[in-house]
Design a protein around this ligand. Structure first.
Ligand code: ADP
Ligand code: 5GP
Length: 200
C-alpha cells in the first residue's frame, strides 16, 4: 500500500437504494474524491449527462472495448452492459485522489479480486418495501424493469456480508455522514499513517 496514491472505494447496493443520491452528497462534502464514470449501453434517464453520469454507448462500441481489454471490470445487468474503464482508475489513484466506483455486486467481486486494497461498502435500503417505493417514485423504469430490479435486489442483499462496511440509507444525511466517516477511517489506517510518519 502506497501512501502517495489514492484509495479505491467500491459502493454497491440494489437499484433504487440511493447510491447516486448518497454519492452526490458525499462529493459535495469532499473535494479529494473523484467519481468513476462508467460506460453503459442503457439509455440516459432525463437529466443524465453523457460523460458525467455515464459514458453512453452502443452495444457494438461496448463489445469493441471489451475486446480491447479496456475495462477493469464489466457485467451485464438488466439486459445492458456496464463497465469501469481501466485508464480512469489508474490515472486518478496515481494523482493521489480517492476514487469511488458505483457498481453492482458482480463487478464489485471482480474488483475485490483484482484490487485487494479496495475498500468495499454495501448501501442497504431500510426495507424492501421502501426500496420498491423509491424505485417507483423515481419513475425512470418500466414496470417490467422495476420487477426485475426488485428480484435482483433480494439476491444482491444476500451478498452484503462480503463487503467491508454496510451503511443503511434511511435518513440521507446519516448515510452520507457514515460514508464520509468510513473514508476518513481508511485514511487513518496504520499502514498509511505509519509510512507517512516514518518518512517525515
Ligand atoms: P440508486 O443510484 O441506488 O439506483 P437513486 O440515488 O437514484 O438510487 O435513488 C432512488 C430514489 O430514491 C431517488 O428518487 C432518490 O431521490 C430517492 N432517495 C435516495 N435516498 C433517499 C433517502 N435517504 N430517503 C428517501 N428517498 C431517497
Ligand atoms: P443504473 O442503470 O440504475 O444506473 O445502474 C444499474 C446498476 O449498475 C447499479 O447497481 C449500478 O451500481 C451498476 N453499475 C453502474 N456502473 C457500473 C459498472 O461500471 N460496472 C458494474 N459492474 N456495475 C455498474
Amino acid at each position: 500500500m502506497n501512501h502517495d496514491t489514492g484509495i479505491l472505494f467500491v459502493l454497491s447496493g440494489p437499484s433504487g437504494t440511493g447510491k447516486s443520491t448518497v454519492i452526490s452528497g458525499l462529493l459535495a462534502r469532499r473535494k479529494d474524491i473523484r467519481f468513476s464514470v462508467s460506460m453503459t449501453t442503457r439509455l440516459p434517464r432525463p437529466g443524465e449527462k453523457n460523460g458525467k453520469n455515464y459514458v453512453f454507448c452502443s452495444r457494438e462500441n461496448f463489445e469493441r472495448a471489451i475486446a480491447q481489454d479496456l475495462f477493469l471490470e464489466y457485467t451485464e445487468y438488466s439486459g445492458e452492459y456496464y463497465g469501469t474503464p481501466k485508464k480512469d482508475v489508474a490515472a486518478c489513484l496515481a494523482a493521489g485522489y480517492d476514487l469511488l466506483l458505483d457498481i453492482e455486486v458482480d463487478g464489485a467481486m471482480q474488483i475485490m479480486e483484482k484490487c485487494p486494497d479496495a475498500v468495499s461498502v454495501f448501501l442497504c435500503p431500510p426495507s424492501l418495501q421502501e426500496l420498491e417505493n423509491r424505485l417507483r417514485a423515481r419513475g425512470t423504469e418500466s414496470e417490467e424493469k422495476i420487477l426485475s430490479r426488485l428480484a435482483r435486489a433480494k439476491i444482491e442483499c444476500k451478498s452484503a456480508y462480503k463487503y467491508s462496511y454496510i451503511v443503511v440509507n434511511d435518513a440521507l444525511e446519516t448515510a452520507v455522514r457514515e460514508l464520509d466517516a468510513i473514508i476518513c477511517a481508511e485514511h487513518c489506517r496504520k499502514e498509511l499513517r505509519y509510512c507517512s510518519y516514518i518518512n517525515t
